[in-house]
Design a protein around this ligand. Structure first.
Ligand code: CS2
Length: 496
């Protein structure tokens, strides 16, 4: 196609007819939601549900104002502004079918690091009913020793002293809630959309941990007035690639600088606990339940842990993406066995969900050949993920005498991965992890002390003190260091 159309509100009517686009009046939207952390996941999930709701005739008070708090968010801010906050969601089905939808629910974007007071005012505005967050597991500023708010973080100290110039999200929320209280306005809901067990409870704990240091009176008000609903969120959203951008240009002559790709599957299970109203997301497929616990446990321990199992073992073996792993029968059998004998026995019954069917669907989703979900994304920040996805399963199985071998091989392989930084063929791995250096140093001591990696308490807690686990892990470490072709050990375990 020779001429390309820049994605913008004005150009929406010029797009080819097979691109779905918002038909509701975007000029009339009010930001009832302020969202911190506008990455791919927010754009494939909450913004997608909210767009569907607006499209179905929903209340125009539920527009979304995005917020970036880090300098690095400047790029998305600029791109979205140039596109009138529109972007394309490229939904890729396993059979090759692709749905393209321009999403219109985002209506503004603000940078907290450029003008913190403007962001605080926006959150404090009576229009704002919900401040939602996707700040990743690491963004919650948890002290890994105590599980409390980490006061040793210099940014947290800065924020305690400078209430109107915060850097971390907790400072922004606290300052905005102070304004709401002082103006006699109801508190907004703080809604985590991160993939963490009891994400609402954790957010509440961290907000209160911060607020108590800065202003104990306000902390009391927050405790009694602000809702922090727990939720389980799910949609596989790989990192956008230049090929995704090119696809829109080649197929449709559409110029979108930052589209998002995702799978067709989408799930959002939310506890119905909102301080100042909420959108009726149930009209577009979200589920409201009294207790989200069984759903989130199921998702974290099967889907996310499953990803980590493939991510770590697949990286050392030399696979590149999740679909490549599951098309290798050895890997998909290993994954299923891990899910069946280690993860499933730790799960509670989930009303209306057949766990076997859920696992079948997971393997199908992972196998979607059009979602090239890179193992580097899966292994990103493993030190924050594994303590949530995998280690609790190991601990529960140790308590009740269950199987631990399948997970132990993954952790031993992670030690090798952190130590060597290469796969079995000698190719360098792209490791991005806040604790990369600590993990590397600990793993390097393995030849002197085979448990050195397992002794990183911030990640494993006291796992190294468990005799049964330590013995199994040591054996696995020996095997992987002797023979980094992990497929041999995987095969042995499946045959044994
Ligand atoms: C992945 C998740 O980050 C990871 O390791 O398991 O991002 C996963 O794709 C999402 O939670 C799916 O909902």
């Amino acid at each position: 196609m020779s001429t390309s159309i820049q994605l913008s509100q004005e150009n929406l009517s010029r797009l080819p007819s097979d691109i779905v686009r918002p038909t509701y009046d975007r000029t009339n939207l009010t930001a009832g939601i302020v969202h911190v952390g506008v990455g791919g996941f927010h754009r494939s999930h909450e913004a997608f549900y909210t767009d569907a709701l607006l499209e179905s005739g929903g209340d125009s008070n539920w527009g979304i104002c995005g917020v970036g708090l880090r300098d690095a968010d400047g790029k998305i801010a600029t791109i979205l502004k140039n596109q009138d906050f529109l972007y394309t969601l490229i939904i890729k089905h396993p059979d090759g079918k692709i749905e393209n939808r321009v999403i219109g629910s985002l209506m503004d974007f603000m940078m907290g690091c450029d003008d913190p007071e403007a962001v605080i005012d926006r959150m404090a505005s009576p229009d704002t009913k919900i401040v939602s967050l996707t700040i990743t597991e690491g963004g919650y500023n948890v002290d890994s020793d105590t599980g409390e708010f980490d006061l040793s973080n210099p940014d947290a100290q800065h924020d305690i002293e400078n209430p109107l110039q915060p850097k971390l999200v907790f400072g922004f929320l606290t300052a905005a809630l102070r304004k709401r209280r002082d103006q006699g306005l109801p508190a907004f809901t703080v809604q985590s959309c991160d993939n963490i067990q009891h994400n609402g409870n954790l957010t509440q704990k961290m907000v209160l941990g911060f607020a108590r240091q800065q202003d104990p009176e306000l902390a009391k008000w927050i405790e009694s007035e602000v809702s922090f609903p727990n939720a389980m969120v799910d949609r596989i959203t790989p990192v956008t690639t230049p090929a995704d951008i090119q696809y829109l240009t080649d197929e449709f002559g559409l110029h979108d600088e930052w589209p998002v790709t995702c799978e067709p599957f989408c799930q959002w299970v939310i506890e119905d606990n909102f301080s100042d109203g909420r959108p009726p997301w149930e009209k577009v497929g979200a589920q409201f339940v009294p207790d989200v616990t069984p759903y989130e446990k199921m998702k974290l321990r099967l889907l996310n842990a499953g990803h980590s199992v493939l991510g770590i073992l697949g990286s050392i073996y030399g696979h590149g993406t999740i679909d490549e792993c599951v098309s290798d029968t050895l890997f998909s059998t290993y994954l299923r066995k891990f899910m069946d004998i280690e993860a499933t026995p730790t799960l509670d019954e989930v009303t209306g969900i057949d766990l076997d069917a859920y696992k079948d669907t997971l393997i199908e989703r992972f196998g979607n050949p059009n979602i090239k979900d890179n193992l580097a994304r899966i292994c990103l920040e493993s030190s924050s993920k594994l303590p949530v996805f995998l280690i609790p399963t190991v601990k529960e199985n140790l308590d009740k005498g269950g199987s631990i071998e399948f997970a132990a091989l993954v952790l031993a392989t992670w030690c090798y991965y952190s130590d060597k930084g290469i796969n079995q063929h000698g190719d360098e791995l792209e490791i991005v992890d806040e604790l990369k250096d600590t993990l590397h140093q600990a793993a390097q001591q393995t030849s002197d002390d085979r448990l050195s990696f397992l002794k990183v308490k911030a990640v494993f807690g006291d796992l190294a003190d468990n005799k049964r686990f330590a013995e199994t892990y040591e054996k696995m470490v020996d095997t992987v260091y002797e023979q980094p072709d992990v497929s041999l050990q995987m095969r042995k375990m499946l045959e044994g």
